[in-house]
Design a protein around this ligand. Structure first.
Ligand SMILES: O=P(O)(O)OC[C@H]1O[C@H](O)[C@H](O)[C@@H](O)[C@@H]1O
Length: 272
C-alpha cells in the first residue's frame, strides 16, 4: 500500500494517508505501530525485539472509508456480530479523534476518543506501548453494550499453532451448540467459538515464528476464537487464513456498562 505523508505530529508520530484512510504511525526505539483513525484501528505493532509484526493484516486490504480493516484489532462495539447493523457495531467504521499522546523513553501512550455528533463522548481507547502492548477500552454510554477487541494475530502456519489455557467447553457458533473441545487446541478447519473467559490469558504457541503470543484478557467475559478457513471473507485472499488466528477479548454474554475492558499482549521468543 502506497502511503503519503499528511503531516508530522512530533518526532515519533506522523499522520499518513493510506488510500481513503488516515493512519497515525508511531516510530520509536521501543517499536513501530500503525493506527487508522477510522475505528481507532491498530493494525500493525512491531516491538523492537520482534522479527515479525504481532498482528496479521490482509495483503489485499483496500483501506476504504466505511469498510472495516481486515486485520489488526477492530473494535467491535456497541454490539457483536449480527446483533445489529452494521455487523460488529459502528465503532470500527467511525472516525475517532486522537485526544492525547505521551511519549516517554520506554513507554508511549496514545488515546483515541469516539464522540457523538453532539460531542458527547461515546468511548475511549488507550493504547500503551512498552515491550508489551496494552489496549484499554472504556464505554461512556449509559446503555449496556457489547464489545470485542477482535485481535488478528500473525502466525507462521495456522495448522502448526497451539492455543493453551482455554476451557474444555465452548459455544460453537457454527453448530450453535455448546461442545466439549480439547485444550490445548489445534486448528485444522473453519472455527468460530465463544469461550467463557475463565482463565486470565490465552497463549498462542507458534512454532514456525519461534514465539509465544501471550494474550491477557482484562475484565472480559468471553474469548472468541475465529478463523474462516476457505469461507469467502471480504478483503481476504483464499490463502489469507493460513497465517492468522483471531483471539478476541470480549464482553458478549455479560453486557458492558460504563467500565473498561482490555487486552495486554506480550511476545515471548522461544528460539533456542
Ligand atoms: O467479517 P466480519 O464482520 O469482520 O466478522 C468476522 C468474524 O468476527 C467474529 O470472529 C465472529 O465470531 C465471526 O462469526 C465473524 O465471521
Amino acid at each position: 500500500m502506497k502511503s503519503t505523508l499528511i503531516k508530522p505530529i512530533c518526532n515519533e508520530l506522523s499522520l499518513y494517508q493510506y488510500n481513503e484512510i488516515a493512519v497515525l504511525e508511531l516510530d520509536h526505539p521501543i517499536g513501530t505501530a500503525k493506527i487508522a483513525l477510522q475505528g481507532a484501528h491498530l493494525f500493525s505493532w512491531k516491538p523492537a525485539h520482534c522479527q515479525q509484526d504481532v498482528f496479521w493484516l490482509s495483503e489485499m486490504e483496500p483501506f476504504k472509508r466505511g469498510s472495516a480493516i481486515r486485520g489488526g484489532v477492530p473494535i467491535c462495539f456497541p454490539w457483536f456480530g449480527n446483533n445489529g447493523t452494521p455487523a460488529h457495531g459502528f465503532a470500527r467504521i467511525s472516525l475517532w479523534d486522537v485526544t492525547d499522546y505521551d511519549i516517554q523513553p520506554n513507554k508511549v501512550t496514545l488515546t483515541f476518543s469516539l464522540f457523538a455528533t453532539d460531542k458527547t463522548p461515546i468511548a475511549q481507547i488507550n493504547m500503551i506501548f512498552t515491550a508489551q502492548c496494552e489496549l484499554i477500552f472504556t464505554n461512556y454510554q449509559q446503555e449496556n453494550a457489547q464489545l470485542a477487541l477482535h485481535s488478528y494475530f500473525n502466525v507462521g502456519d495456522i495448522e502448526q499453532i497451539q492455543l493453551h489455557n482455554l476451557p474444555t467447553t465452548t459455544f460453537n457458533s457454527l453448530t450453535q451448540q455448546q461442545e466439549n473441545v480439547p485444550s490445548p487446541r489445534t486448528i485444522g478447519e473453519n472455527i468460530d467459538c465463544i469461550y467463557t473467559a475463565e482463565n486470565g490469558a490465552t497463549f498462542i504457541e507458534d512454532q514456525i515464528n519461534q514465539r509465544t503470543i501471550i494474550v491477557e484478557h482484562i475484565n472480559a467475559s468471553d474469548i472468541v476464537v475465529w478463523n474462516p478457513w476457505h469461507k469467502p471473507t471480504s478483503s481476504m485472499s483464499d490463502i489469507g487464513y493460513k497465517t492468522m488466528v483471531c483471539v478476541e477479548s470480549a464482553r458478549i454474554k455479560q453486557p458492558l456498562k460504563q467500565e473498561s475492558v482490555g487486552v495486554k499482549i506480550q511476545i515471548k521468543n522461544t528460539a533456542v
